[in-house]
Design a protein around this ligand. Structure first.
Ligand code: THU
Length: 130
């Protein structure tokens, strides 16, 4: 994908990570999606005292995209201020897959990036089509 698009997605993910509500894990995550309308949708993790109610950054971003009336994404950037990149958890992979036949997944830290395809991270995804 175009390097400037990639850079702007990573920058958006980094910026929104600062808004994470992560008082329990102290693990702030930011996510930025490129929607099929060309817009960028962002989300951060939102933790809860009832830990199971926690929402991951990727799913927050998907919620923002769907609320804007967009149902297809082509790329996602995930940012964490860690030494190693953070890859989307299993639930988030499935939720991203709901809105992408395939997608570029960029996982970024302040010092580097790794890039994968969603199809590589979630082979044999569940769907009603089988
Ligand atoms: N988290 C995300 O936001 N995305 C992921 O893909 C993995 C985990 C968040 C959830 C929780 O607030 C914190 O990271 C620790 O699990």
């Amino acid at each position: 994908m175009d390097r400037s698009v990639e850079d702007s997605l990573v920058a958006a993910a980094q910026a929104v990570a600062a808004h994470a509500h992560a008082p329990y894990s102290k693990f702030a995550v930011g996510a930025a999606l490129l929607g099929s309308d060309g817009s960028v949708y962002v989300g951060c993790n939102v933790e809860n005292a009832s830990f199971g109610a926690t929402q991951c950054a990727e799913r927050s971003a998907v919620g923002a995209m769907v609320a804007a009336g967009v149902r297809e994404l082509s790329a996602v950037a995930v940012f964490t201020d860690t030494s190693e990149p953070t890859l989307p958890c299993g639930i988030c992979r499935q939720v991203l897959r709901e809105f992408a036949e395939d997608a570029v997944v960029i996982c970024a830290t302040p010092s580097g990036r790794v890039q994968h395809q969603l199809s590589e991270l979630l082979p044999y995804a569940f769907s009603f089509e089988g």
